[in-house]
Design a protein around this ligand. Sequence first.
Ligand code: G1P
Length: 270
Amino acid sequence: MIKQAIIPLAGLGTRLLPLTSVLPKELLPINGRPGLEYILDECVKSGIKKIILIISSKKISIKKYFYSDKFYKGLIKKKKDKRLKIEYSKIRKYKKMIRFVFQNSPKGTGDAVLKCKKYINSNYFLMLMPDDLIMNNNCSKSLIKLHKKFNASVIASKKVDKKDVSRWGIFDPMKIDKKNFIIKDVIEKPSMRSAPSNFAVIGRYILPKTIFKILAKQKPGKNGEIHITDSIRTLIQKKNKFIGHNFAGKYLDCGSMSGYIKSSLKISKL
Ligand code: G1P
């Protein structure tokens, strides 16, 4: 059973500067709610019970967002505002599920995930990248179902423009059916020439606990960062089964400025 999720939030958010010079990108509003809340909702609705948020000391405001009891309690007493009560009870519900882990130097997603090693107590866990919002369909829930069916790791996928492959991890897929494929290989941000396809890694993963062993030895890759993609690649080479899933639902890339700008409008129209 997959009951634990990891969400890496320690990234610098440079693609969204200047908005992120003071505010963490995950707290930026998207149609009136912080982006992070959409991700947490997806987790909760897919049956996840424990969530690890990886932050850095520079992004301590993410922790404060969930630890503002005194502030809310005082205001609720004074104002008797129903909306405040609802918002506060939602935050309290999340808080009970969340543990914070710190990654103070931005060495990459792989390094961030490794920091959670001692807290993962089942064979597989879910990982969600906060830049990727998927609306109208719970992608995590679909991946969990597929994990049960294939007894394998699963990663969300989406066909992207060939000219954009260097923005993503890219799969070498072997078709199973219309929506699913076996992942024969995966390469982090390849050039157009070296990309094995235009099926991109989208930030929803079901990963095995055994990845921690690989991550502990993982050498820095693209741009000097320790990438989860490179350790997944090693697991595939060691004959671990990985399934790619072309998810249903509307994808919003909130990690780029143009995607972020469009996301509120798109969500408001759903
Ligand atoms: C990360 C992953 C990449 C994946 C992407 C999805 O990249 O390293 O493989 O395609 O998330 O959003 P980042 O967005 O951190 O550059």
